[in-house]
Structures are given as structure tokens and as C-alpha cells.
Design a protein. Structure first.
Ligand code: IMP
Ligand code: MG
Length: 332
């Protein structure tokens, strides 16, 4: 894989955490670099335990993987230290000295803003923290004594690793439809979430990327306000088994059927070379736990073929259950 970017296609919560944890274990990832901030929760099930990580990269499940948080990220120090303990990664995690810091005041500003309330933000303070960074008054990781043991030059480490042919994964957050530039503005997050932006936040140039893996969920969900084409009622979503609550905030997720138009747009703007399709078992329950393509029912195979036809991107990984290894891997 040498350098792969993982990005979301929809409004986040596509199951990026699960795909990243699988790749970490299967491909023995050397480096996993997280971008973005605490508004995102990446859910990982590993050895029967559930993790909802806002800061620690999803590659933590592979014990030899070096974990990094890029210069473009916003770090919530308390959340970071707590997750470092939870995942026991003290000796192999680094934070770029230039990552900026989210403070309690940013969360208060987020929650106190009537405008941000209308957008339905997570309330974690990410928008106000980015505003402060743009004003050039933000604190950086290098200003925080508790972060001293973790400070790193992420761009340097990662580019050196790529040049040595190590396996590197850049972990994006949210999805293209929440991008500040390409999403459903103003109902978006405070930054670009496309593959290019993920590279930029990590400090990796576009010529260094071998693979852009876009993550599609087999149905669509969105939390917060803003348009959702083909939105189902909560009752209908429950009936179909598609009703979810947010891993980070516990809010109800709204849901809709898979949308090929959006999938196509996201594949183009991210420059996707491969796709991962998650939660196929939520749409076709017979798929649960399948580990080979041949086990899938005809309708599921047709659905996958249609995604490939309309987006032009091969569906390389297929998620059939919550555990990291519940995957059909068609890469070779
Ligand atoms: P903010 O990113 O907290 O400012 O929230 C802006 C919008 O992005 C809201 O609709 C949030 O629900 C949504 N959002 C932010 N992060 C995530 C995520 O990780 N998953 C899903 N939605 C998110
Ligand atoms: Mg999430």
C-alpha cells in the first residue's frame, strides 16, 4: 500500500474507523496519521471491546504502528491524554508541534452561538478553534507542557517513512458532504474534508500518494441540520435496521438510502482509486460475517457492481460486521 489516504464519501460516520483498523492489522501499517479534530468519533471494535476515538489514530490496534497527529489538526489535550491511557499507546504516539489546541472556551463559544446551533454542530468547539487559528492567536501543541513528551515533526517523520517504502495511512475524518468547500454549505464542518486536505493537514504532497480509498456506507446517515436527499422517517429507518445514534454526541442520526449521485461526486473530488463499502449486512442481512465474495447473495453483488459502474471505482473492501476483521478483501 505505501501511502494511502482514507476519506469519507458522505456526511461522516461511513465506518472509516473500522476500515482503518482492518488495514492496520492486515497490512501491518507502520504509520497512521490522524487529521481533523474531536468532532469526529471513529468507532473501532477490536477483541470484543468498543473504542470511540476522537484523537488517537485508528491504527492503534496494530501494536507496531507509530501513531501521529498532523500539523493541521486541532488537539483537545484532555481528550488526547485520556485516549492515550485507554489505548495504552504512550510510547508510540506523537503530536506535531504545530497542531493547534482546542480549549474549553471554544466549546463554550460553539454551544453559545445561535448560528452554530442552527447548523447542529457537535459543540466540541472545532469551528471556533479554527477561527482562532485563522486569526493567528491560537495556542499550538508546543505551548502545552503536558504535550512535551509527545511532540513530533509529523511531516518530516511521515515523508521519511514514505521515502523508505514504509506502509503509511493518512486518516481523514467526516465525509466530503461536510467539506467547507465541497459540501452542503453552510451545513458543513469548519474545514475541507477531501483527500487533498487530509494530505495537506498531514504535510504530505500529492505526488506521494499511491492510493485514495473512499469509504461508502451501504446507506447514508447524517447528524445535525442540512439537506439529506431521500431522508427516511425515524420509524422507516428503524424498520430497515438503519437507525443509528452518533458515537460522539449520542444524537439520533438521520438516514437515507445509498445515493449514487453523491457517491460519484465524492469519488471524483477525492480522486478515489479504490472504495471500501461498509455495513453491507445492514442492507442485506444474509451477508453478516461473510469473509468471501462468493458468499454474498445476488442482490448484494448487483449493488456492488452498480456502485463500481456509476463511480468508476473498484470496491476493494466490503464490511460485513462490526469487528475489525469482518471484511471481504478483494484487493488481490
Ligand atoms: P462541527 O464540525 O462540530 O462544527 O459540526 C458541523 C456539522 O458537521 C454538524 O452537522 C455535525 O453534526 C457534523 N459533524 C462534525 N463531525 C462529524 C462526524 O465526525 N460525523 C458526523 N457528523 C459530523
Ligand atoms: Mg463518527
Amino acid at each position: 500500500m505505501p501511502c494511502t489516504v482514507i476519506c469519507g464519501a458522505f456526511w461522516g460516520d461511513e465506518g472509516k474507523g473500522k476500515i482503518i483498523s482492518y488495514l492496520a492489522l492486515k497490512d501491518k501499517l507502520d504509520f497512521c496519521v490522524r487529521t481533523g479534530s474531536v468532532n469526529a468519533a471513529h468507532t473501532i471494535w477490536y477483541k470484543g471491546k468498543r473504542y470511540a476515538l476522537h484523537m488517537v489514530p485508528g491504527g492503534f490496534v496494530y501494536e507496531k504502528c507509530r501513531l501521529l497527529i498532523g500539523a493541521g489538526s486541532n488537539v483537545d489535550v484532555k481528550q488526547f491524554l485520556q485516549e492515550v491511557e485507554e489505548t495504552n499507546v504512550r510510547n508510540r504516539i506523537g503530536v506535531d508541534s504545530q497542531a493547534s489546541i482546542i480549549e474549553e472556551k471554544h466549546s463554550e463559544q460553539d454551544k453559545a452561538s445561535a448560528h452554530l446551533k442552527c447548523i447542529g454542530t457537535t459543540g466540541r468547539g472545532v469551528g471556533p478553534a479554527i477561527e482562532e487559528r485563522v486569526r493567528r492567536t491560537a495556542k499550538l501543541a508546543k505551548d502545552i507542557p503536558e504535550l512535551k513528551p509527545y511532540l513530533a515533526d509529523v511531516a518530516n517523520e511521515v515523508n521519511t517513512a514514505i521515502n523508505k517504502g514504509k506502509n503509511v495511512l493518512l486518516e481523514g475524518t467526516q465525509g466530503l458532504m461536510l467539506s467547507l468547500f465541497h459540501g452542503t454549505y453552510p451545513y458543513v464542518t469548519g474545514r475541507d474534508t477531501s483527500a487533498s486536505a487530509i494530505c495537506s493537514e498531514a504535510g504530505v504532497g500529492p505526488t506521494k500518494i499511491d492510493n485514495v480509498m473512499i469509504v461508502f456506507k451501504s446507506f447514508i446517515t447524517r447528524v445535525g441540520a442540512g439537506p439529506l436527499p431521500g431522508e427516511l422517517t425515524k420509524e422507516e429507518a428503524q424498520k430497515r435496521g438503519w437507525f443509528e445514534t452518533a458515537a460522539g454526541t449520542g444524537r439520533d442520526r438521520r438516514s437515507a438510502q445509498f445515493n449514487f449521485e453523491i457517491a460519484k461526486k465524492a469519488a471524483i473530488i477525492n480522486g478515489a482509486t479504490q472504495a471500501a463499502l461498509t455495513k453491507l449486512d445492514a442492507v442485506y442481512p444474509e451477508c453478516k460475517g461473510a469473509r468471501t465474495f462468493d458468499e454474498l447473495p445476488k442482490e448484494a453483488k448487483q449493488f456492488i457492481a452498480e456502485i463500481e459502474k456509476q463511480t468508476g471505482v473498484p470496491v476493494a473492501l466490503i464490511g460485513t460486521g462490526p469487528e475489525a476483521l469482518d471484511i471481504i478483501d478483494r484487493r488481490k
